[in-house]
Design a protein around this ligand. Structure first.
Ligand code: UDP
Ligand code: MG
Length: 309
């Protein structure tokens, strides 16, 4: 059938690197039967532990294992992009190193691609083992995104996905610096089959995502795939202009009828602080987009490679 590239972003996953390899190799009989060759690309995202030596050790044993090592931590999105760029496969699958993306789904995914789908994506049906508050905010985020973005971003969707070369090329053609991969996959379209699975907890090590990290990442998603917040700022501006206009008429008429006693200081302070708050809020929204635009126009590389094997 062709070559299958497995892309594995790794950030401090020394223990998981060999485990992952073992789990994939459990399916080698299937790959042979289907006439599929493998290449496994470990993308080391500037790990500080023994991830690189672990990959090198694997490579000694098996030439199908490749290493791309970044000069520092660039984030998972950058690692995914590098992997897609370096992959040569007719089919490409993206998987986490911590085995939270069950390799047991691989045969099924290949089956669907053979049926004619362009991509097979996965979503977890539950969030077992995750802090309650995190699940709560994650759900809110996806609901909000559904309302404010035209791009389909599925709740519980993981980055675990198998794609044809055609779709990979489409993803690679989006060279934006602020990468929100979940949105990018949805944006490029193509016929996608969704598989569902129960959440699996990480085998070893700890998640790299803090609550704050996720919050900032969600802002990234919003600014990258919706401009509604800018419209909200504009609408709020118009509403407050209208309100101010009514207020002016009211005050002029009142002064004309009742004269101008020195009063109204508290209401003035309230109005000024309310409106300046709204102004700062809107300015902040514009600032978010400006910051993203600033980073985009610099056209910095998405990642820097230190070592490639
Ligand atoms: N990862 C990465 N760079 C980062 C953070 C994470 O390459 O800066 C990798 C990590 O090694 C793992 C995958 O991205 O293979 C998912 O990370 P993690 O398991 O921490 O996220 P979670 O599954 O908790 O969402
Ligand atoms: Mg994980």
């Amino acid at each position: 059938m062709g070559l299958l590239s497995v892309i594995v972003p790794c950030y401090n996953e020394a223990e998981n690197v060999p485990c992952f390899y073992k789990e994939i190799m459990k399916h080698s009989a299937f790959f042979e039967k289907e006439n599929i060759e493998l290449e496994i690309l470990y993308i080391d995202d500037g790990s500080a532990d023994g991830t690189v030596p672990a990959v090198k050790a694997l490579r000694e044993e098996d030439g199908r294992v490749h290493l791309i090592s970044f000069s520092r931590n660039f984030g998972k999105e950058a690692a995914l992009f590098a992997g897609l760029e370096k992959s040569k496969g007719d089919y490409v699958v993206v998987m986490d190193a911590d085995l939270q993306d069950p390799p047991d789904l691989l045969p099924e995914m290949i089956g669907y691609l053979k049926e004619g789908y362009d991509s097979v994506a996965t979503r977890r049906v539950n969030r077992k083992g995750e802090p309650m508050i995190r699940s709560f905010f994650a759900r809110r985020f996806y609901r909000l995104m559904r309302k404010i973005s035209k791009t389909e971003i599925v709740d519980g969707a993981r980055d675990y996905r198998m794609m044809t070369r055609q779709m990979v090329d489409a993803v690679l053609s989006m060279r934006e610096y602020n990468r929100f991969t979940k949105g990018i996959f949805g944006w490029v379209g193509f016929r996608t089959k969704w598989l569902e699975f129960e959440n699996v907890e990480r085998v070893r090590g700890e998640t790299k995502w803090s609550f704050w990290g996720l919050l900032l990442y969600s802002l990234e998603g919003i600014t990258a795939f919706s401009t509604i917040p800018l419209s909200i700022a504009a609408i709020m501006g118009v509403l407050f202009c209208f309100l101010a206009f009514l207020l002016i008429i009211f005050i002029v008429v009142r002064t004309a009828i009742f004269g101008d006693p020195v009063s109204g200081w508290p209401s003035m302070v309230c109005i000024i602080s309310l409106i300046s708050g709204v102004q700062l809020f809107c300015l902040g929204i514009v600032g978010q987009y400006l910051a993203k635009t600033y980073l985009e126009v610099k056209k910095r590389p998405i990642y820097v490679i230190k070592e490639e094997l």
